[in-house]
Structures are given as structure tokens and as C-alpha cells.
Design a protein around this ligand. Sequence first.
Ligand SMILES: C[S@@+](CC[C@H](N)C(=O)[O-])C[C@H]1O[C@@H](n2cnc3c(N)ncnc32)[C@H](O)[C@@H]1O
Length: 182
Amino acid sequence: MGTSQDLAYWDNRYKIGGDSGFGSKGDLLTYKAETINEIIKEFGAKSVVDLGCGDGNLARLIECEEYTGYDISQEAINIASKKRKGNFTTEVPEGEFDIALSIDIIGHITDKGDLRDHLNYLKKHKNFIIYAPKKIEDPQIHENSFNWVQMLKKKASRIIPQKYTVEEFGVFNGSYSEWYIY
Ligand SMILES: C[S@@+](CC[C@H](N)C(=O)[O-])C[C@H]1O[C@@H](n2cnc3c(N)ncnc32)[C@H](O)[C@@H]1O
């Protein structure tokens, strides 16, 4: 799961001191962690697989008994694994977890086949959370404009709108992502 183009982009970004982006800092980070932790609690989930754990800023705030962080980038795994206890890997984690997380990943998978693999992996789980924009209208080089909602072919049990909208908070402190709970 993950093309060499995406891998090269993210590996290089982390290698030169970059991070997972504006969505993984400040108020947006706190908001993401609080929302995820509420849902983990609500589902009574003990084991969590975090797909695309990135620099671990979010990972370190996730409250669960068993945490597994997966990322295509070894650089990300090296950074994230220093920030919390858990299993960290660049190999797609096997088995089933109480809940699977796809947080700010879907818009970053630039190959349609990889995106399909990612969605199929999520669908193997009884419960999963997607935090992503419905569709990116004007994607950058490391983004896509696929209609993942249509590709997933599964109705969310709940959609939670973004609290920090770009319209109100701007591009650095706001986000186009919304919560899709399955
Ligand atoms: C914007 S960061 C998000 C990090 C973290 N989930 C967060 O919200 O703070 C996107 C991460 O997705 C990873 N990524 C890209 N394509 C992926 C794929 N197909 N599977 C897993 N991770 C992927 C990148 O390496 C990067 O670390």
C-alpha cells in the first residue's frame, strides 16, 4: 500500500526536518485527538491501528491499550516511534483491530490502486474512522482529487462536520477534512 512517488515525497519531507503538516499541530491537533479519543471510548476499542501515523504528534495523544502505527515512510516511523509506546511498522499490519484510523491520509494517496487497497483494508474492520476532505478540488503534487466516498461504497453511520473550517480559520489553522464514522 503506497507508491514509490508518495514514499519518495514523504521520506524526503521528514528527512529534511519537515513534519506531517498544519493539521498535526496546535488547535487542530488537539481537536483531532479529542474527537478520536471520544470515539475510541464510545466503541470500547482496546486495539487501534493508525494508518499513516506520520510524525507521531497525533499518535502520542491517542488513548488506547494497544497501539499500532503504520506508515509507508521509514523516516516517519523513526520519528513517531520515539513519541509513544506501541508497535510501529512500514509493513501493512495483519489481523483485525478494534478500530482502524485513517486520519488526514486519504487525500494524500496519489495512486488510485493504492487508495483502493487502503479503503479495502479499512473495510475489513468493524469500526473505522476516516478524517478527510470529501474531495480536493485543486490538489497539490502530493494530493489527489479522487471521489473516495464513491469508491468506498459504504455508508458512514455518522458524519461530523469540521470545527475549524478553512472559511472561518484560514488555510493554516483550518481544515477541509470531516469525520466519517463507520
Ligand atoms: C498529513 S500526514 C498525516 C499524519 C497523521 N495521520 C496525522 O493526522 O497527524 C500523511 C501521512 O500519510 C502517510 N502515507 C501516505 N500514503 C500512505 C499510504 N498509502 N498508507 C499509509 N500511509 C501513507 C505519509 O507518509 C504521511 O506520514
